[in-house]
Design a protein around this ligand. Structure first.
Ligand SMILES: [Zn+2]
Length: 123
């Protein structure tokens, strides 16, 4: 398990713009990290359709230790995890980003496996 401390700005911007492009639906993706820094989005077939259950297909990913968690978007203005999000967080990865409307570079939050906020530096 990597100690995740940062996300590349480019990866964060991809999440935010995918959130905008997916409106009025959600967008979901897995996250890859190297050396403790989230570098890449790993798109899973079936997660782009923007259904409310966008995250669920992430369980289809092959075991890959570089995949550290997920990011998904909320079309609403709240970055708080839902009950379903908290359940998902406890079963997949250990770093989870929620981005929310209007998807500026301040409209996101990062959570650990227990759904508690955790700091994440943008680099
Ligand atoms: Zn959610």
């Amino acid at each position: 398990m990597q100690h995740i401390k940062a996300i590349r700005r480019k990866a964060l911007r991809m999440i935010l713009s995918a959130g905008r492009d997916s409106l009025p639906n959600e967008f979901g993706t897995a996250l890859r990290a190297q050396g403790g820094v989230i570098t890449e989005l790993i798109l899973v077939p079936g997660t782009l359709s923007g259904e409310r259950s966008a995250l669920m297909r992430l369980h289809m990913l092959p075991i890959d230790l570089t995949i550290v968690g997920s990011a998904h978007t909320h079309p609403s203005g709240s970055c708080m995890p839902s009950e379903a999000d908290l359940d998902f967080f406890s079963h997949f990865g250990y770093v989870h980003i929620i981005a929310c409307h209007p998807f500026t570079e301040r409209d996101w939050a990062c959570y650990n496996i227990r759904g508690e906020r955790m700091p994440l530096e943008v680099v």
